[in-house]
Design a binder for this molecule. Structure first.
Ligand code: PEP
Ligand code: MN
Length: 356
């Protein structure tokens, strides 16, 4: 569908980076006001705070609920900041609007559920308020765009996107894999839409937040939404990834904001793609070697030799045919797969000889 996205009309728009900061959750009036005042003193104009928290398992801190709404109002009165919160149900929308919430975001788990998004879109029909749509928790660009379309169809035009990383099995460094190619593709598809990065949820650890923020800036994102808490270690949710307002100030001061000269931007994006592909190649190689070792075990058990000439020739023929289709040099592929094959054999020989 043809989207109609307007400017969000919020402070900081148009000047990179637009910053939204605040605690993962509003925990108490004191915590929220203390954090808000500190952030305001550092120039932050939009406060985030979760009131209803989607937790993976019951028993975690599920947010203070509507009890926290008056604290948000107080933040507005005392600091003049705008306040943003997550809405996951029509009831959240209704209560928050009554309490004067200025900006909504739709959480990753909600974006992944078209029924929930439709219910929110219906609840927001006729309301002129900026809504940020976080990427769905699973790496599915169409689902992300679908949520944006549902809101847009309901007449919401002030829509932005938040890239907060994707849930992947066997995550290593990050809590949620950034898979930068997905937000980059969203930008290409809807260039007029504001895109923020949420380095806190991607990182899951406070020492990674600055690096991810810089990367987001280098990819020309419009801004950042960062979790900041007056006492991060004691936070009731996402403690490990929250940073103090002082650390946030430092992080922002150290950010290098490069200007988007189109050609260098393109190069950054292409390099990013290359990095992603290299990661995938390494992963695949690791998996290939693992299977080779399993075959090694099997061969040992069944007293088979490691190398079977017929099998190797078959493999080479297959690679060569594929090279032709892909426009890859035959000699290069022979060398590269030769090395991979050699290493596979080495590992299998090791298994056959060493594992008794
Ligand atoms: C949050 O912003 O605190 C949050 C719960 O986000 P997400 O939906 O990205 O997990
Ligand atoms: Mn959080």
């Amino acid at each position: 569908m043809q989207l109609q996205i307007d400017k969000l009309n919020i402070p900081g728009e148009g000047r990179r980076p637009l910053i939204i900061a605040g605690p993962c959750s509003a925990e108490s009036e004191e915590q929220l006001l203390d954090t808000a005042h500190q952030l305001k003193d550092k120039g932050i104009k939009i406060l985030r705070a979760g009131i209803w928290k989607p937790r993976t398992k019951p028993g975690g801190f599920e947010g203070m609920g509507k009890e926290a709404l008056p604290w948000l109002q107080k933040v507005k009165e005392e600091t003049g900041m705008l306040v943003a919160t997550e809405a996951a149900t029509p009831e959240h929308v209704e209560l928050s609007l009554k309490a004067g919430v200025d900006i909504f975001w739709i959480g990753a788990r909600t974006t992944a559920n078209p029924f929930a998004v439709q219910a929110l879109a219906d609840a927001l029909r006729g309301v002129d308020i900026p809504v940020f749509v976080k990427n769905p928790i699973n790496p599915d660009l169409e689902l992300w765009i679908g949520a944006i379309e549902r809101l847009n169809e309901a007449g919401i035009r002030r829509i932005g996107a938040i890239h907060r990383g994707f849930s992947c099995y066997n995550q290593k460094i990050y809590r949620y894999s950034p898979m930068w190619q997905i937000p980059i593709e969203l930008r290409r598809r809807i260039p007029e839409m504001m895109m923020l990065c949420d380095p806190s949820h991607i990182s899951g650890r406070r020492d990674l937040v600055a690096g991810v923020s810089q990367q987001a800036m280098d990819l020309n994102m419009d801004g950042l939404i960062i979790e900041s808490h007056c006492n991060p270690d004691c936070a009731l949710s996402d403690a490990r990834q929250q940073i103090s307002p002082d650390t946030l100030e430092q992080l922002l001061g150290n950010l290098i904001i490069r200007n988007g000269i189109p050609s260098s931007e393109n190069i950054d994006m292409m390099r990013q793609k290359i990095d992603e592909i290299d990661d995938q190649i390494l992963d695949m190689l690791g998996r290939r070697m693992q299977v080779c070792r399993q075959i090694g075990d099997y061969k040992k058990e069944h007293d088979m030799t490691v190398v079977h000439e017929m099998r190797y020739s078959e493999i080479i023929d297959k690679w060569e045919a594929r090279c032709e289709q892909l426009g890859i040099d035959r000699e290069f592929i022979n060398k590269m797969f030769g090395l991979i094959h050699q290493e596979s054999i080495r590992q299998q020989i090791e298994i056959i000889n060493n594992k008794k």
